[in-house]
Design a protein around this ligand. Structure first.
Ligand SMILES: *[C@@H]1O[C@H](CO)[C@@H](O)[C@H](O)[C@H]1NC(C)=O
Ligand SMILES: *[C@@H]1O[C@H](CO)[C@@H](O)[C@H](O)[C@H]1NC(C)=O
Length: 277
């Protein structure tokens, strides 16, 4: 399919790392839920792209709800413990967007809501709390994956600035960034995190490919977690004392915040708001 505007945006990003808008969607089956996700893939390809991410999206039909299901599969990288992080932004850039940051914590995955107004490590998100439900968590020697339901994640507000991501478009532009240094405390959602230094880019979720009639079924999948403990990745030892455990609700209390009032400027944040460091 043709995504003229997107292609232009993406070609800028492609200069620094290989983001590509695929003509045909790449579908990947999440072994934990059995769901076939339409994905955007950023493959480990050093030195161009030191990160590695496959990101799948499932949307309810017609974007009627403020939620989606995400499927994040990332290569473990960094030290210690291969516990570098992956951040997903709910817009095409880092700034003034709801950021979901995830990292390995033993056999579980710690998640954290962040927000940034500057190109500094993001601060805690203090707006109406989104609700993240872990549908499946896998941590093995080389990768971690998190399948999550994200409710009230497409509208946000912090410091009087409201933002949102519409699913009523051709492609919803998410973005990502990875950092190869583990957060200061792997079990603390508020742990300080370092700059992203291991890949970043835009994740165009083509809405018609991500919309599914099976959304409700997928979104209500009972949680599975902590599968297949194994050896540490080649570049790091696993965190001590990790034991498999089922994952449950990740993140802070849930509730349905009132939709943001949308007083942002323009419909799309500037594309290159992730900055190479
Ligand atoms: C680890 O997880 C990744 C991502 O799900 C998968 O591709 C890989 O095969 C798994 N490795 C092992 C040894 O199971
Ligand atoms: C989403 O953001 C746009 C641009 O800032 C704004 O015009 C719109 O009203 C917002 N929509 C919602 C539902 O907040």
């Amino acid at each position: 399919m043709k995504l003229p505007i997107l292609s232009t945006l993406v070609s800028v990003a492609a200069v620094v790392h290989s983001v590509s808008a695929q003509d045909a969607p790449v579908y990947v089956v999440d072994p934990s839920t059995g769901f076939k996700f339409s994905t955007v893939q950023q493959k480990y390809d050093p030195p161009v792209n030191k990160g590695d991410l496959t990101m799948g999206f499932a949307f309810p039909k017609k974007g009627a709800k403020d939620e989606y299901v995400g499927y994040m599969v990332a290569r473990r990288q960094g030290t210690p413990g291969g516990a570098g992080y992956t951040g997903i932004s709910h817009s095409s850039g880092m700034l003034k967007s709801l950021l979901l940051v995830a990292w390995v914590n033993g056999q579980d995955i710690q998640t954290s809501w962040r927000y940034a107004t500057k190109y500094n490590p993001p601060v805690k998100y203090t707006g109406p709390p989104p609700k993240l439900t872990k549908l499946a968590t896998v941590v093995n020697a080389s990768h971690y994956s998190l399948t999550y339901r994200c409710q009230s994640c497409l509208t946000w507000t912090q410091g009087g600035q409201a933002g949102n991501l519409s699913l009523s478009t051709e492609a919803a532009l998410f973005s990502y960034a990875q950092g190869a240094t583990a957060p200061a405390k792997s079990d603390n959602p508020d742990a300080s995190i370092g700059m992203h230094n291991s890949g970043f880019g835009v994740l165009p979720a083509v809405v018609k490919d991500a919309e599914t009639d099976d959304y409700e079924k997928l979104a209500s999948t009972p949680a599975k977690g902590g599968v297949a403990p194994a050896k540490a990745p080649a570049n790091a030892a696993p965190p001590a004392g990790s034991a498999p455990k089922a994952s449950s609700s990740a993140s802070p209390k849930a509730s349905a915040p009132a939709p943001a009032k949308g007083k942002g400027s323009g419909t799309m944040p500037p594309m290159q708001s992730f900055r190479r460091i």
